[in-house]
Ligand binder design. Structure first.
Ligand code: DGT
Ligand code: CA
Ligand code: CA
Ligand code: ZN
Length: 592
């Protein structure tokens, strides 16, 4: 059983328990599910080697949950889970995917209206049955309908950071086949879009048929749409489609370029080629006179019919021949990158190894799965020079948010950890921080005299998402004016595929960041990626500094930084604009 499958069932158990208003246990299951989901090694494998004891080593997994995992691995099912499901036969994950619908509400809707799934809920809402329930009103009915609409509109796109491990696993297996010379992932996954519609893979192979046969018979494939000599397409168990194309060695660069997209970028390149009297397609760049220019007319014709190939073996060569610098995939959206490349003035994007620390990290002092020391050790292993511990504050009671007293206690504790020989001898430093709630009126959840003692103060909105645009903007700007507020965490509050951002005037927030010297975060958690690319570009233009933080709730989440960096690159940001790409002292000097 795959980690994601085990995690899914643990999540469901947690949700069922929450539905039945059991205390504490739901959090435990959620934490464990979270840890299993993002665990790098295969949990089934760990069990095979080390048994129950080894399972208990996974952060957040105690003996009772370890037993459930054991049962799942050995029997493929878990009696406790099935018993819970039987008691309330609802599609919980489908229903709770709607913003604002939690397990307790699901139970009520089931008991009062017999709602079992999304369709039932939509029908009940449209018939006005929800507003009649106690504790609901017209507003909540409207809200539910909006949530359903949003969910449907996101139309089965996959959050890149969550599916990337699976994509890389397939890539690795193909690469290991004897006949395969090269495999790459193209399409929106290569451009590192927030979400992807499907996966586009290219291979160079000596014996394409054997590669295609393997691809169509992979264990996670549930449907084969096409199984040809040069192109196959499949659907995976998780619902994601994957295309695989075999391309000729000499056309590899052109094919990679074509299938990476974006479509707008491709079209602009092709026009430039045409102006030079050339032809560009997925087979190469060709010198040709009076050739048909539309793709439809050349498709399927052998390469030789295209003319004399003048570039296309590599992408580098292709861009060069077209008279411009190489353009990173994350910039290929047709946003003016081609003009910059022609003028040799593309920005130097922040690199995937450029981060030196992480400024948003949660621990088991609140809703994280790991201790301060465990998070620090993992960060050291990954080559970081600092992390800021930023647990939630008291208004977020459900996470056990810290009040002033506990925060002071944590600060003293961090001083203690930093002075232990294990950490003292390394260049590494644990910084004292907070993710301080912004209250409704824009004041902060922690007193100023305590904030003043911290190294890093992150502020964020976790409540009152429905304020008017004007009030929300004023609220956040007021928080930014606090002399201790260093960074605004996840500035727009969106959750990809789940929740729209709150109404806020980002132009005004960016201007206020400039004026108050506040940093804006790019939260790297895969379904946040907040700021989005468009706002990152505005920050770059305005000269507003950003941070790229993992928002880690377990040691496994530091890997999400990759997607935050990708987002920064998609927003054309350079290293000099990202404060945690700087060393400890320089970064701290920049904060308020
Ligand atoms: P997605 O899958 O919706 O996340 O987005 P993409 O960009 O991966 O799009 P997809 O999978 O439809 O196609 C992969 C690439 O192939 C795309 O980025 C550009 C190229 N492509 C597809 N259709 C066309 C087309 O009609 N014209 C041109 N020029 N390129 C195309
Ligand atoms: Ca695609
Ligand atoms: Ca595709
Ligand atoms: Zn937060």
């Amino acid at each position: 059983m795959k980690n994601t499958e085990i995690a899914k069932i643990l999540y469901e158990i947690g949700e069922c328990l929450e539905m039945q208003e059991v205390l504490f246990k739901p959090r435990a299951y959620e934490k464990a599910a979270n840890a299993v989901e993002s665990f790098e090694e295969d949990v089934s494998e760990i069990y095979r080697h080390g048994g129950l004891k080894a399972l208990e080593e996974i952060p957040g997994v105690g003996v009772s949950i370890a037993e459930k995992i054991e049962e799942l691995i050995t029997n493929g099912r878990c009696a406790y889970h099935e018993q819970l499901k039987k008691k309330t036969p609802v599609n919980l994950s489908e229903l709770t995917a709607i913003e604002g619908v939690g397990p307790k509400m699901v139970l009520k809707l089931y008991k009062k209206l017999g709602v079992k799934n999304l369709n039932d809920l939509e029908r009940a809402a449209r018939r006005g049955k929800i507003r009649a329930l106690e504790g609901f009103g017209e507003k909540s009915e409207e809200h539910i309908l909006k949530g359903i609409q949003f969910l449907r509109a996101s139309g089965g796109r996959f959050v890149l950071g969550f599916v990337m491990p699976q994509i890389r696993e397939i890539e690795r297996r193909l690469q290991n086949l004897k006949n395969v010379e090269r495999v790459v992932v193209a399409g929106s996954a290569r451009r590192k879009k927030e979400t992807i519609g499907d996966v586009d893979m290219l291979v160079i192979a000596r014996n394409p048929k054997s590669v295609m046969d393997y691809f169509a018979s992979m264990p996670e494939v549930i449907n084969v749409y096409a199984h040809g000599e040069t192109k196959s397409a499949v659907k995976l168990k998780n619902g994601m489609d994957v295309d695989l194309r075999v391309v000729p060695h000499d056309s590899f660069g052109a094919a990679l370029n074509y299938f990476t997209g974006s479509k707008a970028h491709n079209i602009a390149l092709r026009e430039i080629a045409q102006k030079k009297g050339w032809k560009l397609n997925e087979y190469g760049l060709f010198k040709t006179k009076n050739q048909p220019s539309s793709r439809a007319q050349v498709e399927g014709k052998p390469k030789t019919k295209n003319g004399i190939q003048i570039a296309g073996k590599t992408e580098d060569e292709l861009y060069k021949k077209l008279g411009m610098d190489y353009i990173e995939p994350e910039m290929r959206e047709g946003w003016g990158e081609i003009q910059l490349a022609q003028k040799h003035s593309l920005p130097e994007l922040i690199g995937y190894n450029d981060l030196r620390g992480d400024l948003q990290v949660q621990t088991n002092w609140t809703d994280g799965a790991n201790t301060i020391e465990e998070m620090a050790r993992e960060a050291i292993k990954l080559g970081m020079e600092y992390i800021a511990i930023t647990d939630h504050t008291k208004r977020l009671a459900m996470t056990g948010g810290l009040d002033e007293k506990k925060l002071l206690k944590q600060m003293a504790y961090i001083d203690g950890v930093n002075s232990k020989s294990e950490f003292r001898n390394s260049k590494f430093r644990i910084l004292k921080g907070t993710e301080c709630d912004i209250l409704k009126d824009g004041t902060l959840d922690i007193r100023d005299d305590v904030l003043a003692k911290l190294d890093v103060v992150g502020v964020s909105v976790h409540s009152h998402f429905n304020l008017s645009r004007k009030d929300q903007t004023e609220r956040i700007i007021r928080a930014m004016k606090n002399p201790h507020a260093d960074i605004v965490f996840h500035p727009t509050g969106r959750l990809i595929n789940r929740r729209q951002p709150y109404e806020v005037d980002m132009e005004a927030i960016i201007a206020a960041a400039k004026k108050t010297g506040t940093v804006l975060e790019i939260d790297a958690y895969p379904d946040r990626l907040d700021l989005k690319d468009e706002y990152i570009r505005k920050c770059v233009e305005a000269g507003v500094n950003m941070s790229i933080d993992s928002d880690a709730h377990s040691t496994a989440h530091f890997h999400y930084l990759e997607f935050g960096i990708a987002q920064a690159r998609r927003g054309w940001a350079s290293r000099s604009e990202v404060v945690n790409a700087w060393g400890t002292e320089q970064m701290l000097a920049r904060l308020k």
